[in-house]
Ligand binder design. Sequence first.
Ligand SMILES: Nc1nc2c(ncn2[C@@H]2O[C@H](COP(=O)(O)OP(=O)(O)O)[C@@H](O)[C@H]2O)c(=O)[nH]1
Ligand SMILES: [Mg+2]
Length: 291
Amino acid sequence: MFDLKPLNRPRVSVVTPVLNEVESLRGLHRDLDGLLGDSLLEFIIVHSPRSSAETRETCRTLAELDPRVRVIEQRENPGVGRAFREGYAIATGDPILSVDSDGEMEADAVPQMLTKMIEGNHALVVGSRWAPGGGFVGYSRLKKPLNWMFQQLFRLLFHTKIHDLTYGFKLTRAAIVRAIKWEATLHEIGCETTLKPIRLGVSVAEVPTTWTARAEGRSSNRFSSNFRYVKTAIHILFQGVKFTEIFDCSRSRVDNLVPGPERSAFPGRPAFEPNAAESNHHVEISHGSGS
Ligand SMILES: Nc1nc2c(ncn2[C@@H]2O[C@H](COP(=O)(O)OP(=O)(O)O)[C@@H](O)[C@H]2O)c(=O)[nH]1
Ligand SMILES: [Mg+2]
């Protein structure tokens, strides 16, 4: 059903939500700048109106130092889901990297995710904590078995071999981000952005990655989120996926949603080279395109 033009020249839009992060936000920007080079088109920070003065100041400083940094204040509150959606709405690159700003997601895995996306022409490549080679450092002992049970149940129900269906760390082709209507408001955005593409039958792959508990600040993810994840998954399973108005369903194509203009703030910087990244311990799992 979906045709995606091959991603020959990635121009990555990073979208990262920020509540109260300073050092980890600076670290994420530094790491992705180093890892992606000229392939990093823009670094979109969506901070909360509740963000501290120090956090806002950090966002401002980053934007002053790097013209690729775009800072917006979240309009609809609260919630990381709303923040991601507002970031997606202004992203101009392809693909779009969804990543938290608290240092828990392994930025080093991004080049591998990009390589996998390009080589397999995948619509979505998720970071996977449960794939062989992935893992958790400092995760809640109560949440981990619950998370595992969620994965087992919904892997079966969605007929997918992807091991991690709830993690928010992922690369998604811009056309897919624009075609799908995103509805999550809080942390369940992490499973919505994986389960909807899987439900559509687009090509999805995973790269093993390690989650490491933040060294700064606190999580705003409440225990009640677990129920929201289950509700979201069941809703997607039975109700399917809604599209945005800009998606031309009659043509059943997503590549008619053109990505934004290509631009480079640092023309001299070397671009990301797909084959330069090490790729031998990737777990390749693809769903056939067509559903
Ligand atoms: N803009 C914005 N960011 C948020 C909000 N809540 C959390 N975040 C950010 O979203 C990311 C994930 O949130 P976190 O509470 O760490 O969730 P957890 O990793 O699932 O425990 C972090 O980078 C937070 O700074 C919010 O209401 N608005
Ligand atoms: Mg976190």
